[in-house]
Design a protein around this ligand. Structure first.
Ligand SMILES: *[C@@H]1O[C@H](CO)[C@@H](O)[C@H](O)[C@H]1NC(C)=O
Ligand SMILES: *[C@@H]1O[C@H](CO)[C@@H](O)[C@H](O)[C@H]1NC(C)=O
Ligand SMILES: *[C@@H]1O[C@H](CO)[C@@H](O)[C@H](O)[C@H]1NC(C)=O
Ligand SMILES: *[C@@H]1O[C@H](CO)[C@@H](O)[C@H](O)[C@H]1NC(C)=O
Ligand SMILES: *[C@@H]1O[C@H](CO)[C@@H](O)[C@H](O)[C@H]1NC(C)=O
Length: 523
């Protein structure tokens, strides 16, 4: 029962959270009682209860205490609160029934109907085994020594755990379950890491947290919450944005990406964050507040370079989008899904035309756009923003790439068994894909030509010459410019009172900075 005994303790991840099944009451409190009045000690020591086999002493409830005849000292706070209990019982007040929506006591977990399910096997197990043979030795890199659970999603028949370690594919691991108070539910399950950095776990009633361990005697990493994916998918079309990192300022590209794809019909964005400037982060947090995006911060206990998060990010967003959205695009901050058809004005118009469950991926080929500079670090004024918008500033566009030239996909997440950066590797069902025709749509991919490009990237891009000036659709340009402007100004143009007004407010709080340049900049 006691995990400590089994744990290998020399490794660094903390496991104290995992080892104490129940909070123990302070022993010193009991000693004070003992010294003050022997009757109390007897009373308390009798009150024990059992939690999952562990005996725990707990402070008695008031109705037990009042039975003890005693003289009350008022010097101890513990005792004076006891005296209140006594006086209230002398004049009994009618008890109002307790609201049953709360746990009934400090060790209970709330009862949840949806979470009473136990399953014993993993769906598609044999298919996964086949795939793992087929895609053998595909990805063995990085140096993680632990699985590092990153996120977990509970479906009706299983819990999907995405790991951030990517070097342990096909390894045997254990699903470890925890209840609402992070007490381990002693019913682990032996599973396998596949595909790449995914572990499928069966369900256990009452599970609220989960972690993955390499062995039953292995150090446990921190457990993570399971996120329900049990309802009808709330979205029709969502977008995953690959990891943000690097020193190029990003606020303008982020607002462009989000507002542009909203115009295409996307209603939610999963955005993966490694590092952006504090200024850019303000915008991301603003979008979190308005419920447009979820921000997934990528970080674990082991080293890797920023760009090495890409595969894990794709895998996570694939699973994150299952039972969340009918269609999901997996693209980068510098890519835009563009429609080029009179029939389908937006991406969702096009998706509406595909009412066929045998089709699960739409492959968009790429046109590259040369981008010569970084986008600005801060918003200055409307003129600056208008001219810096990337679709205004950069329009020199290549020919359409071939299907194998780094295409990007919109997928039906549940149908995909295994996802890669450029498209599904294998499917559960709906095996057909559509290579989107040139006159329907493509990906506009902005490419930094002076900075931040892999050596072979430039050559590859230039192989798609000739380049021609090709702006985005005029109506979208107009809508998008306004939406970007509004959002940026709303986020960064903080309404400033006069310097005198600020000084006055400070005086209300009894501080009185002078009305000078410094005050002008106080926010
Ligand atoms: C809390 O409630 C559970 C179940 O209702 C019960 O088994 C347990 O003894 C209770 N604990 C306390 C301290 O009342
Ligand atoms: C756990 O047990 C396995 C054998 O079952 C052993 O090989 C391994 O060294 C043990 N690990 C630790 C951390 O004790
Ligand atoms: C994060 O990004 C900011 C701004 O680009 C940069 O100043 C900082 O050094 C970066 N931090 C890390 C840990 O990469
Ligand atoms: C707008 O900001 C730019 C700097 O990005 C500056 O050069 C220009 O003078 C500003 N224009 C106005 C009207 O303030
Ligand atoms: C577009 O790029 C091509 C290839 O580098 C170049 O020859 C051409 O001059 C560019 N067009 C414009 C308008 O800048």
């Amino acid at each position: 029962m006691e995990r400590e005994a089994l744990l290998h303790t020399s490794s660094s991840p903390k496991n104290s959270e995992l080892s104490s099944p129940t909070k123990r009451p302070s022993k010193s409190l009991l000693i004070i009682f003992a010294l003050t009045n022997v009757a109390f000690l007897i009373c308390f020591s009798k009150i024990k209860f059992s939690t999952g086999g562990t005996e725990v002493t707990k402070i008695a409830r008031p109705e037990v205490i009042v039975k003890v005849p005693t003289e009350i000292s008022t010097t101890s706070t513990a005792l004076s609160s006891t005296s209140q209990f006594i006086s209230s019982t002398n004049a009994p007040a009618p008890r109002s029934p307790e609201n049953k929506i709360f746990p009934q006591n400090s060790t209970d977990c709330p009862y949840e109907q949806w979470n009473q399910v136990r399953t014993d096997f993993i769906p598609n197990m044999n298919f996964h085994k086949k795939l793992s043979k087929k895609w053998k030795s595909d990805f063995k890199y990085l140096y993680h020594t632990l699985p590092s659970a990153g996120a977990a999603f509970v479906h009706e028949d299983q819990i999907v755990v995405t790991l951030t370690a990517e070097n342990q594919v096909d390894d045997t691991v254990y699903c470890r379950y925890y209840d609402c108070r992070r007490r381990e539910i002693m019913d682990p399950f032996k599973s396998t890491i596949f595909p790449r950095c995914t572990v499928f776990c069966p369900r256990r009633p009452g599970t609220k947290f989960i972690t993955i361990s390499k062995d039953l005697n292995e150090t446990l990493e921190y457990s993570i919450p399971i996120v329900p994916r049990l309802e009808k998918p709330p979205h029709y079309f969502t977008v995953c944005m690959a990891t943000l990192y690097g020193d190029e300022p990003k606020f303008l590209q982020i607002v462009d990406f989000i507002e542009y794809h909203k115009l295409q019909g996307a209603t939610f964005f999963h955005i993966y964050l490694r590092n952006v400037s504090d200024y850019d982060r303000v915008l991301l947090d603003n979008y979190v507040k308005t419920g447009d995006i979820e921000l997934i911060t990528l970080q674990d206990h082991f080293w890797r370079a920023d760009y090495m998060w890409h595969h894990g990010q794709i895998n996570d967003c694939h699973h994150r989008s299952k039972h969340f959205s009918k269609w999901t695009a997996l693209i980068d901050i510098d890519e835009r899904l563009e429609m080029k058809s009179d029939k389908f004005k937006t991406v969702v118009d096009y998706l509406d035309s595909i009412q066929d469950d045998s089709i699960s991926s739409l492959r968009f080929r790429v046109k590259w756009v040369m981008k010569h500079n970084y986008t600005p670090a801060r918003y200055e004024n409307e003129t600056q923003l208008q001219s810096e918008m990337i679709f205004h500033k950069y329009q020199n566009t290549s020919q359409l790439g071939r299907e194998r030239d780094q295409p990007k996909c919109i997928i039906r997440p549940e149908n995909v068994a295994m996802m890669s950066i450029h498209g599904p590797k294998d499917m559960y069902k709906g095996k057909k894909k559509i290579v989107v025709p040139e006159d329907t749509g493509f990906i506009r991919h902005y490419r930094n030509v002076e900075n931040k490009i892999f050596a072979h990237g430039y050559k590859k891009m230039m192989s798609h010459a000739p380049f021609n000036i090709s702006p985005i659709d005029h109506d979208i340009d107009k809508d998008l410019s306004k939406k970007i402007m509004d959002r940026v100004k709303w986020t960064y143009e903080i309404v400033q009172p006069t310097c005198e007004q600020k000084a006055k407010m400070y005086r209300v709080e009894s501080t009185s900075p002078p009305c000078n340049n410094e005050t002008k900049n106080l926010n």
